[in-house]
Design a protein around this ligand. Structure first.
Ligand code: FES
Length: 514
């Protein structure tokens, strides 16, 4: 089926109210805590710390409500596929219980903030579901249901899915979960953080953090912050401390919002399948009416091209099974996945006393972000937290991480060495607008892309994080790094950490490409 032209933009960004401008950081300023990253993790951490009486600065590289949080599916739920049976098998029931408690409380933290701060963000209680389509998947759902009940989650296992237009072999249901509009939620949080001695800064990319004996010094944008503690909440940590580059791998996923017919509009639940390829669903709306969001087609960032085909697959699937019309919005997102399936929350390095991190939420960032914020608040206040050990950012879990660790780090080694030996294309003459390619010029690999006006743009293809070769992402028109997920615009500017420096800009005519 041919694609119908859709806005290449996140539904949440496009339907957010006009953004409130927060100033860029300039000069020097002092706070108790500097939170780097204005997504859900950073803003939740900031508001909890502010409510505990601290003066907090949030520093966002771009704009509030335009980053990763506003590109997710936004299921605010403790139901995370079959995560609990996986954790029980890898770590035991106690770990699964901590993860359940952290995420169930995370949901209630978000609900209570929406209520307390009167944030108008379409927060609605809805059930979440996981569906099975084979006998083997049904068996796995049964195991998951048993573990979820054991750790106290409100789970039921059903034989039929009333709202889905196809047969299932089983359905795991968790009641009283929630969905919301993430950009509106973030705008409400930012407004609550700002003022009373705390502040929000935008368009100020943090580049360096120096940890001194009693204070930290953060260089961001055109300014410097001094703070007792620093929280790195940049999704993928941009600081090369704590070996996160060897503990996380980037996962990319795609979303489309289709105009919903009357049946698709009536879907109340949020859904995800157990099989592959992943298909995840929820209902939403814009000014023109109801929408059906379909998410899936995940792959390791920077590795699977062409990305346009991913959107087509989601659109075809949605329109095959639901009375859905043309796609209205298309967007994609990226998540840092931990090797052992648990988030990393705590000190960024073994010798760090003042720099903290929260990352590795997998594809379940909402409630895990709230859990991370609760842990960080207590640790920064000098207290212990009952979940801190399980989520410890410095933990070593060789047994649970081994398989993914060796697979993912072998891939990184392959990209660092193998990509350089690959025969790279020699010509860019046939590049159409919106296309890009890495070519060899002498000893150098050069990323060349053509814009809509037909102009060529050239950048060094060596990622400024640790040197892997970037690859062109045609759907997003970005240079993506397959090693740790850094992303760069066509002109080389940084879109996504861990890189903080842009790709070197080159003149195509100097390279004989013009
Ligand atoms: Fe680490 Fe590119 S993101 S080398």
């Amino acid at each position: 089926m041919a694609a119908v032209e859709a806005r290449h933009a996140s539904l949440w960004v496009e339907t957010a109210p006009p953004a409130v401008d927060h100033p860029a950081l300039e000069g020097e300023a002092e706070f108790d805590v500097a939170v780097l990253g204005g997504g859900i993790t950073g803003l939740l951490t900031a508001i909890l710390l502010k409510e505990a009486g601290l003066r907090v600065a949030v520093v966002e590289a771009d704009r509030i409500g335009r980053g990763v949080t506003a590109h997710s599916t936004v299921k605010v739920t403790a139901g995370h596929g079959t995560r609990y049976s996986e954790l029980e098998r890898a770590f035991g029931l106690d770990t699964a219980r901590v993860y359940a408690e952290a995420n169930a409380e995370g949901l209630e933290t978000i609900a209570s903030l929406v209520d307390r701060l009167a944030i108008d963000c379409e927060f609605e209680r809805r059930p979440t579901h996981v569906w099975a389509e084979t006998a083997e998947e049904r068996e796995r759902l049964g195991r998951e249901a048993a573990v979820e009940r054991e750790v106290g989650l409100p789970t039921s296992l059903l034989d039929r899915a009333e709202e889905l237009p196809f047969d299932v072999t089983g359905l795991l249901r968790m009641d009283d979960q929630a969905q919301f509009h993430p950009a509106k939620f973030l705008a409400g949080l930012a407004a609550a953080v700002d003022g009373g001695g705390s502040a929000v800064f935008e368009r100020s990319r943090a580049a360096r953090v120096e940890e001194e004996e009693r204070r930290c010094r953060v260089s961001a944008g055109e300014g410097v912050l001094h703070a007792n503690h620093v929280v790195v909440a940049t999704h993928y940590p941009f600081l090369n401390r704590g070996y996160f580059f060897a503990k996380l791998y980037p996962h990319r996923e795609y979303a489309v919002a289709l105009r919903a017919g009357s049946e698709a509009s009536a879907i109340r639940g949020m859904y995800i399948n157990l099989g592959t390829p992943t298909r995840s669903l929820r209902q939403a709306a814009d000014d023109a009416g109801d929408l059906l969001i379909v998410v899936g087609e995940g792959h390791k960032a920077g590795e699977a091209a062409p990305t346009d085909a991913r959107y087509l697959a989601l659109e075809d699937w949605g329109r095959t099974f639901f009375d859905a019309g043309p796609p209205e919005y298309r967007w994609s997102t990226q998540d840092p996945m931990s090797m052992d399936g648990l988030p990393f929350v705590g000190r960024i390095g073994r010798t760090s006393d003042r720099v903290w991190v929260a990352t590795g939420f997998g594809t379940w960032g909402m409630t895990n972000a709230a859990a991370a914020a609760a842990i960080l608040r207590e640790r920064i206040l000098g207290n212990d937290h009952p979940w801190a050990r399980t989520f410890d950012a410095q933990r070593l879990t060789p047994r649970q991480s081994a398989l993914t660790f060796s697979k993912e780090n072998a891939k990184v080694a392959g990209h660092l060495v193998g990509d350089r030996l690959k025969a790279l294309a020699a010509s860019v003459r046939d590049l159409a607008p919106g296309e890009g390619r890495v070519v060899r010029r002498g000893l150098h690999a050069v990323g060349v892309a053509r814009d809509d006006e037909g102009r060529l743009h050239a950048v060094s293809a060596a990622c400024t994080h640790l040197g892997c070769l970037v690859a062109w992402n045609g759907a997003e028109r970005s240079w993506d790094c397959p090693c740790h997920g850094s992303r760069f615009g066509m002109d080389g500017r940084v879109l996504h950490a861990p890189a903080v420096e842009p790709l070197e800009s080159l003149d195509p005519s100097d390279l004989g490409l013009g």
